[in-house]
Design a protein around this ligand. Structure first.
Ligand SMILES: *Cc1c(COP(=O)(O)O)cnc(C)c1O
Length: 393
């Protein structure tokens, strides 16, 4: 199979041609500062406001509730740190989960150093928060709950509607990191009473370095980046106009193409999961089959080291991931797999394959064949596998 097969869409995506086309005039030509008053600036301003509507429409928000940021990490830092510090007088307790992205986990760690107390909820074997456990964790001094919409490693979608309602009933601020869910699955801030939601453009065929924080009207979140009065005084810094325009276009495409993308990716994902589990012994699927992002498959191959598997797949032209790209090289074992109870030696053989809107059935078939071969090769070299085989004889 010629060319590269990209199965790491949860790490990042290539911008869509329509996105590139929308951005181009703002990279060269229409370079005005969106805060200036002459025509060149007004053109940029109008483009930013158009993008704000495009982003708002994905989740049923009002444009005024969208604040552009430099991406998901900034949105998470802003939501958690600023909300926690603002509500400090009411209490110092925060609830999150053990499977959050490091933008949330490390923001919580930083807050612990400032004297906040954080409860990291367990999840079930599929990676879902048990709402009963959440209710039990709430204390009179709980000021903030943050639970991700969908997990970046194993694709598990959380019962966000239920969680948001629990938080609202107790008047606790609720934030969700929706970076992996925004534009991928239906989200409605009209139906779900969440207060803040983080997104990122580059997981969605938009450019890197841009995203937004949705802040529900009436939620008094102060700014995190101080400076000029951009974004209605909530987020200083000259607007990244080409980036914002690209993000807006990517959001619009995601909204329009969502049913089609979901149907297509789900079908290919299920094909992939079925064939990998059937063709390769001693393999498990991480995460559940229900409540799973349409594009995510995550496996553990026993007696295999994930890093070695990545190298062999790379030689076949396949881009995949073990644990999450953001923590590659940091920690050998994924905190997410640990939280869902995968034993350490099995978690070491994890592989995440995340499909995209242009993934083809041929690519999936080729990937299954390559995986079969690569896993077999690695197991042939594995002492643990040889020992295990002996016990079978
Ligand atoms: C990628 C990702 C982030 C970080 O977003 P950036 O725009 O890369 O900073 C945060 N949360 C989740 C769940 C992610 O997948």
């Amino acid at each position: 199979m010629p060319g590269m097969i990209y199965l790491d869409h949860a790490a990042t995506t290539q911008i869509a041609p329509e996105v590139l086309e929308a951005m181009q005039p703002f990279l060269f030509g229409k370079y005005g500062n969106a805060s200036t008053l002459y025509d060149l600036g007004k053109i940029s301003k109008e483009a930013v406001e158009h993008a704000r509507r495009q982003a708002a429409d994905v989740i049923g928000a009002k444009p005024e509730e969208i604040y552009f940021t430099s991406g998901g990490s900034e949105a998470d830092n802003w939501a958690l740190k600023t909300a926690a510090r603002m509500y400090r007088r009411r209490g110092n307790h925060i609830i999150t989960t053990k499977i959050e992205h490091h933008a949330v986990l490390n923001s919580c760690k930083a807050l612990e150093e400032e004297g906040f107390s954080v409860t990291y909820l367990n999840v079930d074997e599929e990676g879902r928060v048990r709402t009963e456990e959440l209710k039990r964790a709430i204390r009179p001094n709980t000021i903030l709950i943050s639970v991700m919409y969908a997990n970046n490693e194993i694709g598990t979608i959380q019962p966000i509607d239920e969680i948001a309602k629990i938080a609202k009933a107790r008047r606790i601020l609720f934030h969700t990191d929706a970076v992996q869910a925004y534009g991928q699955i239906p989200i409605s801030v009209q139906q779900t009473p969440l207060d803040m939601l983080s997104t990122s453009s580059h997981k969605l065929y938009g450019p890197k370095g841009v995203g937004c924080l949705y802040i529900r009207e009436g939620t008094p979140l102060k700014s995190y980046i101080d400076g000029g009065g951009q974004e209605r005084g909530k987020r200083a810094g000259t607007e990244n106009v080409p980036g914002i325009v690209g993000f807006g276009k990517a959001s619009e495409l995601a909204r329009i193409e969502m049913p089609y993308r979901i149907a297509r990716e789900t079908r290919l994902r299920d094909e992939l999961i079925k064939n990998v589990l059937r063709e390769i012994p001693y393999t498990r699927l991480n995460g559940g089959r229900e409540n799973r992002l349409p594009n995510n498959a995550n496996f553990c191959f026993q007696f295999v080291e994930g890093g070695n598997l990545l190298v062999l797949l790379d030689m076949k032209g396949i881009c995949a991931s073990t644990a999450s790209a953001c923590s590659a090289g940091e920690k050998p074992v994924s905190h997410v797999l640990k939280a869902i109870g995968v034993p350490e030696e099995i978690a070491a053989g994890s592989l995440r394959l995340t499909l995209g809107k242009n993934t083809t059935p041929e690519e999936i078939a080729y990937t299954v064949e390559c995986l079969k071969e690569c896993v077999r090769k690695l197991r042939e070299k594995s002492l643990a596998y040889k020992e295990y085989e002996k016990t079978l004889r």
